[in-house]
Write a protein of this length. Structure first.
Length: 481
């Protein structure tokens, strides 16, 4: 607490025809004996920003400076009728203690609750000195500084500190503060003790009890902390007091000016254990699913072989064609399941690769002339298997129809396009053959293959468009969900 100068008269002297006074002065909290003139004394008294009261030792007020008038709300004339009991809160027990101390020591310093003229109370810091304390009725000087706002600020700071420490100690993550050079823990919260198994006292007394099974981890982290000033969410392993390895995510912030760093520690041991169990379970399910796709593919291949064997007992062209169509459909599904069990992604397949292989196989099977050319404009797009299977059958039907019926003279061009954007896939199969009959309609067709195309297109929420100029073009649009 810094005070301005206050002077108290002691004796009169004369020097070179000028009247001087000896004074005791309070300067920055230190009482000094000095000599000043009357005018200097009056100036200091009237212009001091702190309240100054000149009183008798029984509390009777003799004089008050302008700052005291402003602080308490009394006029200069009113001060002469005031006593200590009018200014100091009677419930403040410190008053009697201070008076006794001033009587013995000659001066005292402390805090009291004061009362203004309007009844308002405030906290004031006082510095008081008693002239001639050995006399029963001596004179005193009292300096009063209103510290109400300071007390409020201190109380607010105290509450904020309490909130901070409450947050610090009861946080759901571990928090610590550590000196940089000595690697000395300055403070830890409850979660740190739970994670390590050590008490707070044990950790603060000897941080070396905390062991790291993989020292390179902590060395790398501390090196990065010195370079960048902070690290965030680094995984480390810690040996707890029982010798068990705990996995934790740590974040550090460096304060080099104050020679310490703070950090948070999140125990993720259980999470890592669950992740490992989940990963193992997923791997097991993936193996089972791949085995399922493998067996489906093999079963479809067996069905195709049985169909091929059964067809050898028939001479009827229509029956043989029906057997061939069934076999092609089974083969198109078999190829998808083959790709799925060989793929790392069991939900999607590279439909571009599958489509290229399917079209080339069908082309080799049904084309007996080199005069029919095949052009493939196919993007390597990933397609979900629940879309890929029906879409593969659709391609099988439309592609084989073109090869069977569009080129009776075995001369022409067949083109397959497959592309996509963020919203949909677009598949088109186009030939420049003889085209479809004028009265053809997809809704009234009796063809099993085209009926299957219509049903499967609806199943994958697609749309089917047909163009019959200069051959036949099928355009299928499938939304990406």
């Amino acid at each position: 607490m810094v005070y301005h100068a206050l002077f108290w008269q002691k004796t009169y002297i004369r020097w070179n025809q000028i009247e001087y006074k000896h004074f005791y002065g309070l300067v920055r909290g230190v009482w000094l004996r000095m000599v000043i003139t009357n005018k200097e004394y009056e100036f200091a008294f009237n212009n001091c920003p702190d309240a100054i009261l000149l009183t008798l030792s029984d509390g009777t007020v003799l004089s008050a400076n302008p700052s005291a008038c402003e602080l308490f709300g009394y006029t200069e004339d009113e001060w002469c009728d005031l006593k200590r009991s009018d200014l100091v809160d009677a419930t403040d027990s410190r008053t009697s203690v201070y008076l006794e101390a001033r009587k013995k020591e000659g001066d005292v310093e402390g805090e009291l609750i004061f009362i203004k003229k309007n009844g308002e109370k405030f906290t004031g810091h006082i510095k008081s000195a008693l002239k001639q304390p050995e006399k029963s009725l001596g004179k005193a000087c009292v300096i009063i500084k209103d510290i109400t706002e300071l007390k409020r600020a201190e109380e607010s700071l105290k509450k904020n500190k309490e909130r901070y420490y409450d947050l610090f100690y009861n946080a759901r993550v571990g928090i610590f503060r550590c000196r940089i050079n000595k690697m000395e823990l300055l403070d830890v919260n409850k979660k740190i003790t739970e994670l390590s198994g050590y008490t707070k006292e044990e950790l603060l007394n000897d941080v070396s009890i905390v062991k790291f099974p993989y020292p390179d981890e902590i060395d790398n982290i501390m090196g990065k902390l010195e370079e960048e000033g902070f690290i965030e969410n680094h995984e480390v392993h810690i040996l707890d007091k029982m010798g068990d390895i705990r996995t934790a995510l740590v974040s550090f912030k460096l304060y080099p000016e104050e020679d310490f760093f703070e950090g948070t520690v999140v125990d993720i041991t259980k999470r890592k254990e669950l992740e490992l169990k989940l990963q193992k379970s997923l791997e097991e399910k993936e193996i089972l699913l791949k085995e399922t796709h493998h067996r489906v593919k093999n079963n479809l291949a067996i069905i195709s072989s049985i169909i091929n064997l059964q067809s050898s007992y028939f001479d009827d062209p229509e029956a043989l064609n029906a057997f061939k169509n069934i076999q092609d459909r089974a083969n198109s599904m078999s190829m998808i399941h083959e790709r799925l069990y060989k793929s790392k992604d069991l939900k999607n397949i590279n439909f571009g690769e599958y489509l290229t292989r399917l079209c080339n196989n069908l082309y080799k099977t049904y084309t007996h002339s080199t005069n029919i050319s095949l052009k493939l404009n196919i993007e390597n797009l990933s397609v979900k298997n629940d879309v890929a299977v029906p879409l593969g059958i659709i391609v099988n039907e439309l592609f084989t129809n073109s090869l069977k019926y569009a080129f009776p003279d075995e001369n022409g061009n067949l083109q397959v396009d497959f592309r996509g954007n963020n919203e949909m896939y677009m598949l088109s199969i186009k030939d420049d053959g003889i085209g479809l009959p004028e009265d053809f309609g997809i809704e009234k067709t009796n063809s099993l293959g085209l009926t299957l195309v219509k049903i499967l297109t609806e199943q994958i929420n697609g749309t089917l468009e047909l163009e019959s100029e200069n051959g036949t073009k099928w355009l299928i649009k499938i939304p990406i969900s």
